[in-house]
Write a protein that binds this ligand. Structure first.
Ligand code: G3H
Ligand code: ZN
Length: 308
């Protein structure tokens, strides 16, 4: 195993190279969702602060609000300016048309999500989409999803999610679809319970299942629904074979909380960049803290999951 962080990250690295390298180092790539430029600035600032690679994600809804081509252009320019490996993923893409739109806009990866369909249909639609986006860009990373981990990066009353994924269905799915990375259901869940937002409860993962799925699937593994997960479970999940970790709700909570505080600080303040600067800063702290954790570096306990 190479010591974490000893290899230089540059903007010339491809997403596949970064993932391969991080796996050897025992680290995972942080995936952070953005739906506005404040969140984007925060993720890029965290990458610059930590000098670590990041995968920026935007779901169909987030892309619709931001503009898929506009987001791709901004990320390209951030990557060039920072000389860091900053990548872009079309998160939770539910149709061939939206996947193609993202591939043509220059996204580095697509999370193809037909996981709500019966297994055989999921296989067929995913396979078709993998072939179509690779015809646009052979280097694009295609992710497929199996199992049910609930939907929506929001604050929830009750836990969501269904049956956990099995190593056998993971093996079959990878073999039949030609995906590059797999997102299974391993005790993870989209969104956070109120108790998690308050820092009183944490998500726990089925670590043994992750290791079994990794062995059966033989591809990169993605953990969705990362917000509110216990730090030690993150470390052990990476050791068990997780390569990419998605975080969204934690960023949204920090965004809303700090925006509220910033607006309340001075009711006469009307300058957007003065109001929004502290918001960028507070989201950046969450992202930096998660990035450090995913790369085996020390983290301060205050940064995440303690919003009142
Ligand atoms: O695709 C996005 C995520 O899986 C984020 O989940 O909101 O629970 O962090 P989260
Ligand atoms: Zn997700």
């Amino acid at each position: 195993m190479t010591a974490i962080g000893t290899l230089k990250n540059t903007s010339n690295d491809t997403l596949r190279e970064v993932l391969t390298r991080l796996e050897k180092e025992g680290a995972a790539l942080g995936h952070f969702n953005v739906s506005d430029q404040v969140l984007l600035k925060a993720v890029v600032a965290a990458a610059a602060e930590t000098k670590l690679p990041v995968l920026i994600g935007a779901s169909e809804g987030e892309r619709e609000f931001f503009g898929a081509r506009q987001l791709a252009a901004l990320v390209r320019s951030d990557r060039e300016e920072s000389d860091l490996p900053i990548f872009l993923n079309a998160d939770h893409t539910h149709s061939l048309a939206k996947a193609l739109e993202a591939a043509k806009a220059g996204f580095d990866a697509v999370t193809i999500d037909f996981s709500a369909l019966p297994f055989e249909e999921n296989v067929a639609r995913t396979k078709e989409t993998v072939q179509a986006i690779k015809a646009v860009n052979p280097a694009i990373l295609a992710e497929g999803e199996i199992g049910d981990i609930g939907t929506g990066s929001e604050i929830k009353e009750t836990a969501q999610g269904g049956k956990l994924s099995t190593p056998e269905e993971a093996r079959q799915f990878v073999e039949a679809t030609g995906i590059d990375n797999l997102a299974p259901a391993v005790g993870n869940m989209h969104g956070m319970l109120k108790s998690m937002v308050q820092g009183k409860a944490k998500k726990h993962l089925d670590l043994e299942r992750i290791a079994q799925i990794k062995q059966a699937a033989g591809v990169f593994l993605t953990l969705h629904g990362g917000s509110g997960t216990d730090d030690e479970h993150f470390r052990r999940a990476i050791a068990a074979g997780i390569n990419i970790i998605h975080i969204n709700t934690e960023l949204r909570v920090a965004w809303r909380e700090s925006l509220g505080e910033s607006l309340a600080r001075d009711p006469n303040e009307v300058v957007p960049y003065k109001i929004l600067r502290p918001v960028v800063d507070s989201v950046k702290q969450v992202v930096s803290s998660r990035l450090r954790l995913f790369h085996g570096q020390p983290v301060s306990p205050e940064a995440v999951g303690t919003v009142a």
